[in-house]
Design a protein around this ligand. Structure first.
Ligand code: KG4
Ligand code: ZN
Length: 339
């Protein structure tokens, strides 16, 4: 406790960001520190799991110390340790998990393991302090594309998910085809602003009527074929036009499925999360969808959409208050069902 406030230390290490945050009363971010490995993995064109684990190990202690310093608190003020338990890269998660267990044991404080996607969902509660379930959540990250009916923090239903590539994965793979840097999402986002979204038509895969599932692997092949055909025909390839057209196709599908999910569930609030939710075109489109549907939209700022530990501290506090606690035998998992 610090000044009568409940203090959670959150730790996140499921992919290529080593992160620690201090969140008070589950809502107020006192610090949110992220050490990104993007530059290290860029030369490989993607995250190398073994290298990610090693860097988490070298960074994690200093990231936690900085989080405490910036929040102006000491270990003795921490009431709860929250940590990502999966899904993600197991070797990477284990670094955060082992550190969290060591701290919880030494400080004699409770420990809560958090589903990474649950963190992304509840990042919206850090953005809007009045937000409470029920709401519909669209999570679009490097590994997930999920539409979730959030009834309470402990009662959530997955309404739709990707059957192949996640939205972020499609951005990253298409960026590679276009010769752009890793991670491709922010690069395509930037270039799309300079291109014509109607220049090339890529198929919008909607699957069966009424389905809330997604499929993005076809569009990646569509971009690859278009790019190769144009080059073989000796025509100039306009990368910003392809980026804008690809992004528009992905956004069309995400927007339409979200609209169907809002109608199906009757929710009056939509939240978003995950790295792709930082995309400018997607954010603008969702503002429009929510205006049309008369739904309140909570968009976490881009830094709360991509991986961070404040969202983990927020979700851990919600679970702890609902009586959920983990033990030192908690395991890391590459795949865990949500809910
Ligand atoms: O949520 P996140 O930080 O990590 C995972 O849990 O996967 O999401 C990372 C993904 C990457 O695929 C990255 O290319 C994508 O989010 N991304 C974006 C943008 N910023 C990050 N995609 C589109 N536009 C962006 N501005
Ligand atoms: Zn994530």
């Amino acid at each position: 406790m610090k000044d009568g406030r409940f203090i959670c230390l959150g730790i996140e290490s499921s992919c290529d960001e080593t992160a620690a945050a201090i969140v008070s009363d589950g809502r107020d971010i006192l610090s949110n520190i992220i050490s990104s490995q993007i530059e290290i993995h860029r030369v490989f064109g993607g995250v190398v799991p073994e290298i990610a684990s090693r860097h988490h190990l070298t960074q994690i202690n200093s990231v936690i110390e900085t989080a405490l310093e910036e929040a102006n608190i000491g270990f003795e003020d921490v009431d709860l340790v929250g940590v990502t338990k999966g899904p993600g890269l197991v070797g990477a998660i284990l670094i955060g998990l082992a550190t969290a267990k060591g701290l919880a044991f030494t400080l004699a404080k409770p420990l809560v393991g958090v589903h990474h996607i649950k963190g992304h969902i509840f990042a919206a509660m850090l953005q809007d302090k009045t937000l409470k379930p029920p709401f519909l959540s669209l999570i679009v990250s490097g590994g997930h594309t999920d539409l979730i009916d959030v009834r309470t923090p402990q009662d959530m239903e997955l309404l739709g998910h990707t059957r192949d590539d996640a939205a972020g994965e499609a951005f990253d793979k298409v960026a590679r085809v276009l010769g752009l840097d890793y991670p491709g999402g922010p690069e395509i986002d930037r270039l799309a602003g300079e291109g014509d979204p109607r220049a090339v038509h890529f198929k919008r895969v909607m699957l069966e009527e009424g389905s809330l599932d997604f499929s993005f692997s076809g569009i990646k092949t569509g971009v690859l074929n278009h790019h190769n055909n144009e080059r073989q025909a000796g025509r100039d390839v306009c990368i910003p036009d392809i980026a804008a057209s690809f992004q528009e196709a992905v956004i069309d599908v995400l927007a339409e499925k979200t609209r169907i999910a809002l109608k199906k569930t009757g929710h009056r609030v939509l939240t978003m999360g995950g790295g792709v939710a930082a995309n400018k075109g997607l954010r603008d489109r969702m503002v429009k969808v929510c205006e049309d549907e008369d739904v309140r939209l909570i968009l976490p700022h881009p830094g709360l959409c991509t991986d961070n530990a404040a969202m983990i501290a927020c979700a851990a506090t919600l679970d702890y208050r609902a009586g959920i606690e983990d033990w030192l035998d908690m395991d890391a998992n590459a795949v865990i069902p949500l809910g």
